[in-house]
Design a protein around this ligand. Structure first.
Ligand code: THU
Length: 130
């Protein structure tokens, strides 16, 4: 799966963004080690705090289908290069601390980060057995 293919999937998801309040559409494409890709778009709500970002939609879709070994995330805000918000960084780190994050614009610009650069010293709990 190339970054250009991920970009196309993220752009298609971005078209579905529900953004009556901000007008700012975001699309994401999350690649799992199995080769499957999960897309996401932002979904806003009149109760603003309930808005969910494109990245978290993609993560939760994947986890709900039993996959959580993520290797690559491509994120696009259309003409704008954006990086994941802090909440999404923490959610991504839960499953994929070694994730590669590509921030891409429609004009073809791509900037690549390691999630560890974006969220150094992320919070984690020791996994416990109940
Ligand atoms: N947004 C995302 O989808 N991902 C981010 O990482 C940053 C922000 C969305 C949330 C909201 O719908 C809009 O962008 C403006 O904040």
């Amino acid at each position: 799966m190339t970054d250009l293919e991920l970009m196309k999937i993220a752009q298609e998801a971005r078209e579905h963004a529900y953004v009556p309040y901000s007008g700012f559409k975001v699309g994401a494409a999350l690649l799992d080690r199995s080769g499957r890709v999960f897309s996401g778009c932002n979904v806003e709500n009149a109760s603003f705090g309930l808005t969910i970002c494109a990245e978290r939609v993609a993560v939760f879709k994947a986890v709900s289908e039993g996959l959580s070994q993520f290797c690559r995330l491509l994120l696009t805000g259309g003409e704008e290069i954006i990086t994941p918000c802090g909440a999404c960084r923490q959610v991504l780190a839960e499953f994929a601390p070694d994730l590669v994050v590509i921030c891409a614009s429609d004009s073809g610009m791509m900037v690549q980060y390691d999630l560890k650069q974006l969220l150094p010293q992320s919070f984690a709990l020791q996994q416990r057995e109940d």
